[in-house]
Design a protein around this ligand. Structure first.
Ligand SMILES: Nc1ncnc2c1ncn2[C@@H]1O[C@H](COP(=O)(O)OP(=O)(O)O)[C@@H](O)[C@H]1O
Ligand SMILES: [Mg+2]
Length: 266
């Protein structure tokens, strides 16, 4: 194993002591079409270090697409996306290393069904960060404990509740030592009580580790409760970008139009 890998492997996962306010993700004049469908319209958005930012909007408004462009799961037609000041590369090693800064959590958890909870978390530490098994297991247990599921380590994913599985997915994302975690509807598959617990996990990770959080949610009340800042998107356009405390009925009307009652509380 090369010396460089050795150093990389030993890089500790630590709370970011010097949490500043710098822009971590910057989208400038981003445009995207799917064929004739204009899905992202002049998107300008800055996510700062340490922020919890929640995107809300009606179904089909472009929330998932916007999330996916940020780690280049989707390409854009024009505009500019920067991660920590660096333009998002087209492909190759540079893209892989920038992607590592951006952790991703999905609605469906995406755990390996045939591996234990512990193995789900140690896998990346061993394969990607080249840790030895014992070191990987120690760190994995620490990360599982951060989200309160360390007692489940030897179980299989199917033996866990949805909320517990989502927490494991969050712990696994933390193995990347990301600067920001993107989450596409991470609580949509969960009951209301569990959804709140998982939202609290995201906020705790944010506070304890200084990791920025950008997530999509269609439950606007949860968004207001847990976000520092809300982005409201309607038909591919940002119609609100401001503190969650300032989201009032007028803002909700701008985002959801006449469908506020049904869409916002669905
Ligand atoms: N891969 C795709 N190909 C074509 N159209 C798509 C694709 N993904 C999403 N869309 C369309 O783009 C619009 C925005 O979708 P999406 O970003 O998933 O919205 P949201 O997450 O807010 O529900 C929708 O009209 C959707 O049908
Ligand atoms: Mg979506």
């Amino acid at each position: 194993m090369s010396e460089m890998k050795e150093t990389e492997a030993k890089r500790p996962i630590m709370p970011d002591a010097g949490a500043d306010n710098r822009p971590l993700v910057e989208l400038t004049h981003v445009e995207k079409h799917y064929g004739d469908l204009h899905v992202l319209k002049d998107i300008n958005l800055t996510v700062r270090k340490g922020e919890v930012l929640v995107i809300v909007g009606p179904s089909g408004s472009g929330k998932s697409t916007m999330c996916r462009t940020i780690n280049r799961l989707e390409t854009i037609d024009s505009g500019d996306i920067r991660i920590d000041g660096k333009p998002l590369p087209q492909e190759g090693k540079e893209l892989a290393s920038l992607r590592a800064e951006v952790g991703m959590v999905f609605q469906s958890f995406n755990l390996f069904a045939n591996k234990t909870i512990l193995e789900n978390v140690t896998l990346a530490l061993i394969k990607v960060r080249h840790m030895d098994k014992k070191e990987a297991e120690q760190l994995a247990m620490d990360l599982l404990a951060r989200v309160g599921v360390d007692s489940q380590a030897s179980k299989m994913p199917s033996q866990l509740s949805g909320g517990q599985q989502q927490r494991v997915a969050l712990a696994r994302t933390l193995t990347q030592d990301p600067q920001i975690i993107l989450a596409d509807e991470p609580v949509a598959a969960l009951d209301p009580v569990t959804a709140r617990q998982v939202m609290q996990d995201f906020v705790r990770i944010n506070k304890e580790m200084g990791i920025s959080i950008l997530l999509n949610i269609h439950h606007v009340e949860l968004a207001i409760e847990y976000a520092d800042r809300i982005i409201g998107i309607r038909a591919g356009r940002i119609v609100y970008d401001g503190p969650s405390k300032q989201v009032d009925q007028a803002v909700l009307n701008a985002i959801y139009g006449d469908d506020t009652e049904t869409e916002a509380t669905a």
